[in-house]
Write a protein of this length. Structure first.
Ligand SMILES: Nc1ncnc2c1ncn2[C@@H]1O[C@H](COP(=O)(O)OP(=O)(O)OP(=O)(O)O)[C@@H](O)[C@H]1O
Ligand SMILES: [Mg+2]
Length: 271
């Protein structure tokens, strides 16, 4: 495991109007590792991802990438750093084939015509590099694929661009057991290929099956980021539902917890 994060955020604040959604958030993602980002509905997971991918500007905080301070003000900035996001709705076009989807908006050209052979070869190599063998033809419309195959194409699309950090927002939410296993294997393989992977999931089995670290958001605060091997299922559930578990997470104020300061949001507490 690498000790230096590829992406590190500190002190991230984000409000929508009067509503503060992220509060002094610290977060790190490491090359070669899967970091699971967990939290209840509305905790701020997708908002954090949209800050990382340049869709939402942050109100405060620092971004470091590859050890350098960076600013990410647009999806273009994020893509230039090698950050790709696979959103839950996948954003694939049903009426296009696999190659067309993978290159949508970033088509290769040869003169004024599309360079179909190159795109097809790159798509094939990317899928082969991820050991994807379930797709029969690259020229089949995405509408004819299963949910798991669609997710595979969306992930392959994200790694096509020499990406270094791939963020997956609930990639298995709509999948059955066998397809979930396939997608989790693929998620693991991305990390084994050296990428930093961030996986948002509500499914604790998935989280424990595939992650190296777990980051827990509770009401917009990052209450813990720990190695998966150092935490139990039930501790993670407590962090998600109560913001603390034993000595992890929000400090115990002895009251109902309002106004509690997070105990573990400093970078030093990222274990
Ligand atoms: N564009 C927006 N404008 C105003 N409020 C927003 C916006 N986006 C998100 N929010 C609010 O921010 C909070 C966090 O939402 P977010 O989507 O980040 O949660 P989440 O952790 O991804 O939840 P889920 O698990 O349900 O996907 C919610 O209270 C939501 O209503
Ligand atoms: Mg979300």
């Amino acid at each position: 495991m690498s000790a230096t994060p590829l992406l590190e955020l500190r002190g991230i604040d984000k409000s929508f109007g009067p509503v503060q959604v992220l509060r002094d958030v610290a977060f790190a993602a490491y090359p070669g590792e899967v970091t699971a980002l967990v939290g209840d509905n509305g905790a701020g997971k997708s908002t954090l991802v949209k800050c990382i991918s340049g869709i939402h500007p942050t109100d405060a905080g620092e971004f470091h990438f590859d050890g350098r301070p960076v600013s990410i003000n647009s999806p273009r900035d994020a893509a230039a750093l090698g950050i790709e996001v696979v959103y839950q709705d996948l954003a694939l076009c049903d009426n296009l084939d696999i190659v067309q989807n993978m290159f949508l908006g970033r088509e290769k050209r040869s003169g004024i015509v599309l360079d179909e052979p190159t795109m097809e070869q790159m798509a094939a190599e990317t899928l082969a590099g991820l050991s994807v063998r379930t797709v029969k033809s690259l020229r089949q419309h995405v509408s004819s694929l299963s949910g798991g195959q669609r997710q595979t194409v969306a992930i392959a699309k994200a790694v096509l661009w020499n990406s270094k950090l791939v963020i997956l927002d609930e990639p298995t939410a709509a999948l059955g057991v066998a397809q979930t296993a396939q997608v989790l294997e693929l998620v693991r393989r991305l990390a084994d290929n050296g990428l930093a992977v961030v996986l948002i999931s509500h499914n604790m089995n998935d989280v424990f099956a595939v992650s190296d670290r777990i980051a827990a958001l509770y009401l917009g605060q990052m209450v813990a980021q720990v190695k998966t091997s150092d935490i139990t299922h039930s501790q993670v559930v407590e962090l998600i539902t109560a913001g603390r578990s034993g000595n992890l997470g929000l400090a115990d104020t002895g009251s109902n917890g309002t106004g509690a300061a997070p105990a573990d949001t400093t970078p030093g507490a990222v274990r």
